[in-house]
Design a protein around this ligand. Structure first.
Ligand code: IVH
Length: 679
């Protein structure tokens, strides 16, 4: 064999590697269904790099190595769209949607049955992608609809945009249109990282997507987890073309584009309206922001006949959801003290309907956030409530600031007990140093101690705890066990019977488990699951008290931060005194048999939570699983034992189904936990 032959063979190997990597990219970024482990993919990429550094002249623009972002531009070139990029008319209620349907029928002027494709309206930025002979040649923003900007280098870094179409005979020319967006997870991660390094944060995922796509340096775009979902075609030059919009979308899917899995074919306008209700209910649990639904006449011939008016097609309409951002006024800022003394500024707002609920409070997190927003009392602010996330102040409208707007003063002592505040270097939280001398902290500590999953004291609700502390009936957890009926009777809505019941419930709750007791103590970062793990690993309180930091770290699921908090808690003489007193007053638990399997029945299992949970919070669900010994993973793989899928579960549920992994809904999960806890 000659040298030339061997180079030829290597080139065949190289081309095959390029093809295989393209397939894996598609499976990973578009189908969300990888078939090889990440490590194997990395190894293949390294092989590719090695070949490309040796034979640089083989490298085409569509090689998987060409997605990292080339050199920065001085400015974007202008691009004239061959077909204008239109915008959509809006329908704001059911009646306007009906009117749209009527207009369509009237214009087509026949008794056709007209079906519509219903698509989620992704809240991102429109993009146009031009392919020639199957290869991505140019990507452009919408601009004013006639002229946009050439963002090809940035688009190349988005993994769900194919660099080469997956077809043996792709169209000569194909212009695909779609939306570039940043999934909520990516948005949150970006802002958290930006805050940590003092960088600029984005107000919402849409602004983040727009800002990321219009970076002159493609390396910056490459670092943002943007996605692209195709929803239409501008220009297509091929022999046989699909006849309906839905077929066109399926065709784009086969070419390698990401197509939204929630697309629905409606037989008539009433069916479109049903889809609206259905998607609106799932809006919060989708992994990306949507601001409505786009309805499109399915038949492409009908679309052509309907044509456009001004800058909108007559064959499509957007039905908008209630806004997730609204403007309102900041009336005041109050400071709340949490269980661990953390001081949280809370914005009191002029009530405003946003994201489907009336919001009158929003968290301001901490002093850094107040400074970052530069918010003042009296300001007009934008409130954002997306998903089940607590409402936030997204930004201040400075143009509307009035002369009298008052700067927010962070208190210099605890607003409840007046103890000094402490802010550790490098930490955003400010804490009250009053500990159990601070009535706000005592109230929170007792509420937590008495709660269902801790000591489970029946009848000791939040309002009662507040009264007991305010009237100085109890000054610490220990006093709970000294309460008598006579002390309780003067309290609001407290009769002889309820007082007697409460005293009895406190007595009954003394018999608990070591795990519940450790959880009830409210040690920072020690959730229910962590407390169960500690109980199962050490078996007794004495053994835990004696544990060295290294012994704590040896336990699966306990990291250095949790270990430090546990160490600090038991090193505090006051805390130890309370623990000892509680045991002396009769708090007790059955002996834990070390290594006993019942304590951790899910040991060795890996669970995945997906979709939205309505009854439990995600943190609670995760913690409960950890407590039973399971690992909780973020993605489904062959190693997954069980999936818990709430409403809105999407790709993870499908993947689990494909892999034959069992799934349960939230109610089944709660029933399951109940059974496990009663074992
Ligand atoms: S169709 C002529 N479909 O909404 C039809 N648009 O004004 C043009 N959008 O900025 C758009 N999801 O980027 C269509 N499934 C979808 C969409 C969608 C989001 C955006 C689009 C444009 C705006 C419409």
């Amino acid at each position: 064999m000659t040298d030339i032959d061997s180079v030829k063979e290597t080139e065949v190997v190289y081309r095959r590697l390029v093809d295989e990597l393209q397939q894996h990219n598609h499976r990973y970024y578009v189908l969300d269904n990888p078939s090889i482990p990440d490590a194997e993919y990395d190894r293949m990429m390294r092989d590719l790099d090695a070949l490309e550094s040796r034979y640089a002249h083989w490298v085409d623009a569509d090689s998987p190595s060409q997605r990292v972002g080339g050199s920065a531009l001085a400015e974007f070139d202008q691009v004239a769209h061959t077909q204008p990029m239109l915008s959509l008319d809006n329908a704001f209620d059911a009646q306007e949607l009906q009117e749209f349907g009527r207009r369509v029928s009237e214009r087509l002027a026949d008794n056709y049955s007209i079906d519509y494709v219903c698509e989620p309206k992704l809240d991102g930025v429109a993009i146009s992608l031009l392919y020639e002979d199957g290869v991505l040649k140019r990507a452009a923003t919408r601009g004013d609809g006639a002229v946009g900007e050439d963002i090809t280098e940035n688009a190349r870094t988005i993994r769900s945009i194919p660099l080469r179409l997956q077809h043996h005979s792709p169209p000569k020319v194909l212009e695909v249109r779609g939306e570039v967006y940043l999934p909520r997870d990516g948005f949150k991660q970006f802002n958290t990282a930006a805050i940590a390094c003092g960088g600029k944060t984005f107000v919402n995922p849409r602004n983040a997507a727009a800002g990321s796509l219009r970076q002159l340096d493609p390396k910056i775009t490459a670092a943002r987890p943007l996605q692209m979902c195709a929803y239409g075609v501008g220009q297509i030059d091929t022999q046989s073309q699909p006849e309906t919009h839905l077929e066109m979308l399926h065709y784009l899917g086969r070419l390698g584009f990401l197509i939204n899995p929630n697309i629905h074919l409606a037989a008539n306008i009433d069916d479109c309206e049903n889809y609206y209700g259905n998607l609106a209910a799932r809006r919060d649990s989708l992994p990306y922001d949507i601001d409505g639904i786009v309805y499109k006449v399915n038949d492409l011939e009908f679309q052509r006949r309907l044509g456009t008016v001004r800058r909108s097609p007559r064959w499509a309409i957007a039905r908008k959801f209630p806004a997730q951002e609204e403007m309102t006024k900041l009336l005041a800022v109050e400071f709340q003290v949490g269980r661990t003394g953390a001081i949280t500024p809370v914005a009191r707002l002029q009530p405003i309907f946003v994201g489907g609920v009336t919001v009158s409070n929003a968290t301001l997190h901490n002093a850094d956030e107040i400074a970052r927003l530069d918010v003042r009392v009296g300001d007009t602010v934008i409130v954002r409530r997306a998903g089940d996330v607590i409402p936030q102040i997204a930004n201040v409208i400075f143009e509307k600031r009035l002369l009298g707007a008052v700067a927010v003063q962070f208190p210099d002592c605890c607003p409840v007990c007046y103890s000094p505040l402490q802010q550790l270097v490098g930490k955003a939280v400010t804490r009250c140093t009053g500990g159990m001398l601070c009535s706000a902290q005592i109230k929170q500590a007792i509420k937590h101690y008495a709660s269902r999953r801790a000591m489970d004291i029946d009848g000791l609700g939040d309002r009662l705890v507040e009264q007991l502390v305010d009237t100085k009936c109890i000054l610490s957890i220990i006093d709970l066990y000294k309460l008598n009926i006579a002390q309780l009777l003067p309290l609001d809505r407290m009769g002889q019977k309820s007082a007697a019941n409460l005293v009895a419930a406190i007595e009954t709750s003394k018999l608990t488990s070591l795990g519940k007791f450790l959880f009830a103590l409210g040690i920072r970062e020690v959730g229910e699951g962590c407390a169960q793990t500690l109980a199962a690993s050490f078996g007794s309180l004495e053994a835990l008290l004696k544990a060295s930091p290294d012994e704590l770290l040896e336990i699966d699921g306990i990291g250095p931060i949790v270990a430090r908090h546990i160490g600090n808690f038991f090193a505090n003489p006051e805390a130890l005194e309370i623990v000892t007193a509680l045991c002396e007053m009769g708090v007790t638990w059955p002996v834990v048999v070390l290594g006993e399997q019942v304590a951790q029945p899910l040991r060795g299992e890996t669970w995945v939570l997906t979709g939205s949970l309505q009854i439990m919070s995600r943190a609670e669900a995760k913690d409960a699983l950890l407590g039973l010994g399971a690992k909780v993973a973020g993605s489904v793989s062959a190693k997954t034992t069980q999936l818990v899928a709430g409403p809105g579960a999407g790709s993870k549920l499908r993947k689990a189904e494909n892999l034959g992994i069992p799934a349960m809904d939230e109610q089944q999960f709660i029933d399951f936990l109940q059974v496990q806890r009663n074992r």
